[in-house]
Design a protein around this ligand. Structure first.
Ligand code: ATP
Ligand code: MG
Length: 381
C-alpha cells in the first residue's frame, strides 16, 4: 500500500486527436511543478499520479496551480486481491467524517468478482457500521468515498479543486504588456490559463521610475511564472521616447502616442518571441486611454491580435482574481509607473486621428523604436 496523488484533468479536451499532445504537455508541467520536492510523476492508464514528494501539502499546493489540472486527490493505492483489506482502508479514510456520504466504485477490471453496485453497497454498509456519524445520501452526499478497481485499487475521499484551464504550451505564445499595476498580471494569467505560453514586455522610465519599480514588475512576473511555467521579461528603456513625446506632441495626446509606441515595440518583441498575439490589462472606460475610441487608435498600429481578457471586468472583479492568483499585494506596492510620470492634465478621450498622426510626424519614430529595442534587457523569471 502507498499514498499518492491522483491528478485529474478536464475530460472535455481529451476527445479528439489532441489527447496525447495534451497529456504529454500536462505531465511535463506537473513534473516541473513537483521537481523541487523530489516527487515522481507518471502517467498510467490515462491517469496522472504523483508520489514520494518531500512535503505532500506543498506538493498539492503546487499541482493545483498547474494549468490543465482540474482537481487533485490524495489517494491510497493497494493490491486489489483482498476486498476486506480495501474495505478496512475505506473505513479508516472515512474516520472522523460526519454527515452524508456515498461510495462510488468504478471498475475498469471487468474480471473483478464484485461489480460496482455490489462494491458500493458492501463497502457502504461496512462504513456505516463503524462510523455512526455518517448516513447515506446517494443523490447529494457531502462526502464521496471513491474506489477505482484497475490493475490496483485506488481509494480517495478528498478532492482538492485546482485551477483548470489547459497546459501551458498547448495553445501557442503571446506577449503581455506588463506594468506594475493590478490589471496586467491578471490579464496575462487569464490567457496563460488557456494553454498559452506568455512572455512579457515592461517599459521602464529610469530615472523617473526607480529600480524598485522595475523589481516590483519582475516580482509579479515571478509570481505568474509559477503557473505560467517561466516568463521572459523584456525590460525596455522608455525614457527617451517619453521625453521626446512630452517635448514635441500636444499635451492631451501624449498618453495615446506613448501607448502606440508601447504597442509597436511590444509587437516587435512578440515577433522575436515567436508570439502570435499581444495581451494588455485594459478595461473599457477605466481611464482616458481606455475609451473605445482610444483603444481603437492603439490597436491600429499593430497587425497582431490584441487580447484584453479583463475588458469587461469592473476593477473589483479584477482585484478578486488578483487576490486569488497572489499578485494583488505586490501590485499594490506604491511605486510609480511610467504612465503616471508624464500624465497630461486633460487627456483626449475622443481622440482625432489627424492630431495623433500630426504629433507622431514630429518624431523620428523608427529611430526611437530601434534605440529602445537595442537597449532591451531580458530577465528570465
Ligand atoms: P495596470 O493595472 O495593468 O497597470 P492600469 O489600470 O494602470 O493597468 P494603464 O496604465 O492605462 O492602466 O495601462 C493599460 C495597460 O497598458 C496595462 O494593463 C498594461 O497592459 C499596459 N501597460 C501600461 N504601462 C505599462 C508599462 N510600463 N509596461 C508595460 N505595459 C504597460
Ligand atoms: Mg498601469
Amino acid at each position: 500500500m502507498r499514498e499518492l496523488l491522483l491528478v485529474r484533468y478536464g475530460e472535455i479536451f481529451l476527445k479528439g486527436l489532441n489527447r496525447p499532445v495534451f497529456l504529454k504537455a500536462l505531465v511535463k508541467r506537473v513534473k516541473q511543478a513537483v521537481a523541487p520536492l523530489g516527487g515522481t510523476v507518471w502517467l498510467h492508464d490515462g491517469r496522472i499520479f504523483v508520489s514520494d514528494a518531500e512535503d505532500m501539502d506543498e506538493c498539492i499546493r503546487r499541482v493545483t496551480k498547474v494549468f490543465g489540472v482540474h482537481s487533485v486527490c490524495p489517494a491510497v493505492e493497494m493490491d486489489k486481491d483482498s476486498f476486506d483489506a480495501i474495505c478496512d482502508q475505506a473505513v479508516r479514510m472515512t474516520e472522523g467524517l460526519s454527515g452524508t456520504f456515498k461510495v462510488v466504485a468504478r471498475r475498469s477490471d471487468k474480471r473483478y468478482p464484485l461489480d460496482s453496485p455490489a462494491i458500493n453497497s458492501e463497502m457502504g454498509g461496512r462504513i456505516l457500521r463503524v462510523n455512526k456519524a455518517l448516513s447515506v445520501d446517494v443523490k447529494n452526499p457531502e462526502h464521496v468515498m471513491n474506489v477505482e478497481i484497475r490493475d490496483k485499487a485506488y481509494l480517495y475521499v478528498k478532492v482538492v479543486p485546482a485551477v483548470g484551464g489547459m497546459p501551458v504550451g498547448t495553445n501557442g505564445r503571446a506577449t503581455l504588456l506588463l506594468s506594475g499595476g493590478i490589471d496586467s498580471p491578471v490579464a496575462g494569467w487569464m490567457i496563460a490559463k488557456r494553454g498559452v505560453q506568455i512572455s512579457a514586455v515592461h517599459f521602464h522610465s529610469y530615472p523617473y521610475t526607480s529600480d524598485r519599480a522595475k523589481e516590483k514588475v519582475l516580482d509579479l512576473a515571478r509570481i505568474l511564472s509559477e503557473s505560467c511555467c517561466g516568463v521572459r521579461v523584456h525590460v525596455v528603456p522608455f525614457t527617451r521616447i517619453q521625453m521626446e513625446i512630452h517635448e514635441k506632441c500636444p499635451e492631451e495626446y501624449t498618453t495615446l502616442i506613448m501607448r502606440r509606441f508601447m504597442m509597436r515595440i511590444a509587437e516587435r518583441v512578440a515577433k522575436l518571441e515567436h508570439a502570435e498575439a499581444l495581451i494588455t490589462g485594459e478595461s473599457i472606460g477605466q481611464v482616458a486611454s481606455q475609451t473605445m475610441a482610444a483603444l481603437g487608435t492603439t490597436d491600429g498600429v499593430v497587425s497582431m491580435p490584441v487580447f484584453r481578457p479583463v475588458i469587461g471586468f469592473d476593477k473589483s472583479e479584477i482585484v478578486d482574481v488578483a487576490r486569488k492568483i497572489g499578485t494583488f499585494e505586490t501590485s499594490s506596492l506604491p511605486y510609480e509607473d511610467c504612465c503616471t510620470v508624464f500624465t497630461p492634465r486633460h487627456p483626449a478621450t475622443n481622440p482625432k486621428m489627424e492630431k495623433i498622426l500630426e504629433g507622431e510626424s514630429k518624431l523620428d519614430m523608427e529611430g526611437l523604436i530601434e534605440e529602445a529595442m537595442a537597449g532591451i534587457e531580458i530577465v528570465r523569471c
